[in-house]
Design a protein around this ligand. Sequence first.
Ligand code: GUN
Length: 296
Amino acid sequence: MTDVIDGKKVAEEIKNEIAREVDLLKKKHDKQPGLAVVLVGEDPASQVYVRMKGRDCEQVGIESFQYTLPEETTQEELLKLVKELNGRDDVDGILVQLPLPAHINESLILNTLDPKKDVDGFHPVNVGKLVTGDEDTFYPCTPYGCQELINRHVSDLKGKHLVIVGRSNIVGKPMANLMVQKNQRANCIVTICHTAAPDISYYTRQADILVVAAGRPEVVSGEMVKEGVVVIDVGINRIDDPVNEGKKKLIGDVRYEDVAEKASAITPVPGGVGPMTRVMLLKNTLKAFKQHNNIA
Ligand code: GUN
């Protein structure tokens, strides 16, 4: 029997734990965590994500400050806002939604964030700490959420071959760095494969655990995986629904039906990785709040 990994349920459990802790901290310290979310431009998918992040915060007692700026916002204006948020005492975490419009230098903005408020874990200082295994950092939310799901489904990760499809800075590369570390939650043999591979199935077939973050629909099919693999599908692709004309549907980067036949466990889309990414942002914001206020 294939185990369908219910990310929504796990995320809900973690969210409840966070809500309880925030409530206790509020009572004890008369303060609540604050997250600033900055969106530049009108990308519809980003607008949805940002709105959901605001709602998640509200549900656990984190104050959310949302900044929706027009597409024409200059780099200088955005830098000014980031610096202002860096200095604000009521803002513990800052998230600048990516991608930014082409006229804004993304690395310049990320480099300007205070690493202690960088709840996305994208600042080079935090990226470096992830690579060296220094836990005084923030792990990028999607890989962190994937790791949590893997940990709940695989008891002994030591020496397992974890194969990642995709080399993005947001998922593929941090996922590899997280899972190669020498600790109980990781300790895997890690391979990243990507578009330069003549045949990615050469790699995917070797996976005990397969994380697919290719950014394209259904790039992994049943014949590309081995029997018993654990599959984490990071993809979210909106396509025309073949059944309901005029409607859209969400599918992953994995061809779910035939991969599920061989997998021992698999995340669905939606309801797998997506809710985990969102809840890990709350977890990182709570961590930032505690550090900021010297709470153990
Ligand atoms: N765009 C897509 N994923 C992410 C994410 O995890 N964080 C930010 N800031 N932007 C994104």
